[in-house]
Design a protein around this ligand. Structure first.
Ligand code: PLP
Length: 447
């Protein structure tokens, strides 16, 4: 009764993010009612293993009392404090300091946002300001990768390279350029790591030359391309790109909105990649999805240039909710969990997940298995030798999602036939094994 009326209210009034409005009107909403650990319960009482941690964000799993308590305590004491007018709050200051302490290299300065898209937007504004401050305002062109995702604000959607975020929206903007993804499974230069790295470096250099060597401000890349289908670059790819950016005098932004906070093992994937980007963007795992929060980590040399350039003038960038004290208190509580065993558990569970998914390699539909830590995908094909993608018309991602749902599993089915896994880092061995077993059943039903 309740569920039925909610379905109707939803159909009439709630616009869902990233959905087909007409398609959604037909299928209706599935309402999530509660959750604990890695298990969701919907309004009809179905239990589902969350193989996607919400939207790659609930890294700690659901129902952590220590996080709930931190939020409630902060709400009682001080539910809001602005960062404007030289004011502030203790949780925001402490969280900035804790993040800076753990970030690679000299990424010592933290600007808080509400999520990933506005973190990406903020980097663009900061980078433009930086170039004005250092007397190179003509450096106003930005490059990102095919298959990349950097949010769905107007600026971020233009850096994003997924067609659904462009068509009809008037993006990319004319200062936003793309180079090819490393997409190892389907790279025209083949799958040899060194060849792929050389090709990407050469393409970046050629693109900078084409745009004008003194025009390019920055290059953006995710350490693992998430929404593009969990595309893992060859080891050394991020380092080679970061080094090339330095050589070319352009800033390097690592978009760690998905990979940050333990998803690939360490707190930041950049650590494992051995790089110190000029900016890192984070969100999602920062609060484990318990409250909205994102952040821009800014290198000291960029901060000093911006600060010197502005002098006493106001730098006109900031949000009402930048450094929201409740979200920041949640971030501090989550950080304690990461360091109290969650990162370690995630590493072990990630190994189990990858081993389990590799165990599905012989399935006739599985063309590729890839991933790092608790971030993985299998890519489905109809012919393994020819790598023929599933015909999109007969296997839209919604059908695979539905099949998984019926099997008690939440996964993400991407348009390119990849199925993504990003379970909470708290998963037990049994939960990981069960997710893989259910995924296997989904594949059998897809045959
Ligand atoms: N950047 C990356 C790499 C993402 O994966 C996402 C979201 O999935 C974003 C930015 C945008 O984050 P948000 O949805 O919090 O705005």
């Amino acid at each position: 009764m309740l569920a039925n009326s909610l379905v109707e209210l939803d159909r009439r009034h709630l616009i869902h993010p990233l959905s087909s409005y007409r398609g959604h009107e037909q299928v209706g909403v599935r309402v999530m009612r509660s959750a604990k650990g890695a298990t969701l319960t919907d309004s009809e009482g179905h239990q589902l293993l969350d193989g996607f941690a919400g939207l790659w964000c609930v890294n700690a799993g659901y129902g952590h009392e220590s996080i709930v308590e931190a939020a409630a305590e902060q709400m009682r004491r001080l539910p809001y404090a602005t960062g404007y007018f030289d004011l502030g709050s203790e949780p925001a200051i402490r969280l900035a300091a804790e993040i800076a302490d753990r970030a690679p290299g000299d990424l010592d300065h933290v600007f808080f946002t509400l999520g990933g898209s506005d973190a990406v937007d903020s980097t663009v504004r900061f980078i433009r300001y930086y170039n004005h401050a250092r007397g190179t305002p003509q450096k106003d062109q930005f490059i990102s990768l095919s298959q990349g995702f950097h949010g769905s604000s107007t600026v971020g959607a233009g850096l994003t390279a997924l067609p659904g975020f462009h068509a009809g929206f008037g993006v990319p903007l004319d200062w936003q350029h793309k180079i090819s993804s490393h997409y190892v499974y389907r790279n025209p230069v083949g799958s040899d790591p060194a060849t792929i790295i050389d090709a990407s470096v050469a393409e970046l250099k050629a693109k900078v030359e084409e745009i004008g060597p003194d025009r390019v401000a920055a290059f953006y890349a995710e350490p693992i391309q998430g929404s593009g289908g969990v595309l893992v670059p060859p080891a050394g790819w991020m380092k080679a790109m970061a080094d090339t950016c330095r050589e070319l005098g352009i800033l390097f932004v690592a978009d760690e909105v998905i990979t940050g906070f333990g998803r690939t093992g360490p707190l930041f994937a950049s650590e494992e990649d051995g790089i110190v980007p000029d900016f890192i963007t984070v969100a999602k795992g920062l609060t484990s999805g318990y409250a909205p929060l994102g952040a821009v980590l800014m290198a000291d040399h960029v901060y000093q240039t911006i600060a010197d350039g502005a002098g006493e003038a106001l730098i006109g960038h900031g949000y009402t909710y930048s450094g929201h004290p409740v979200s920041a208190a949640v971030g501090l509580a989550v950080l304690k969990l990461y360091e109290g065993g969650l990162l370690d558990n995630g590493r072990k569970a990630g190994e189990r997940l990858m081993a389990g998914l590799h165990g599905l390699s012989d399935h006739p539909l599985v063309g590729d298995v890839r991933g790092r830590g608790m971030l993985a995908a299998i890519e489905l094909v109809t012919d393994k030798d020819a790598k023929t993608p599933l015909p999109a018309a007969s296997e839209p991602s919604r059908r695979i999602f539905d099949r998984a749902y019926r099997n008690g599993l939440i996964i993400r089915a991407f348009g390119n036939g990849a199925i993504g896994f990003a379970p909470p880092l708290c998963c037990t061995t049994e939960e990981i094994d069960e997710m893989v077993a259910r995924a296997g059943r989904v594949l059998d039903e897809t045959l």
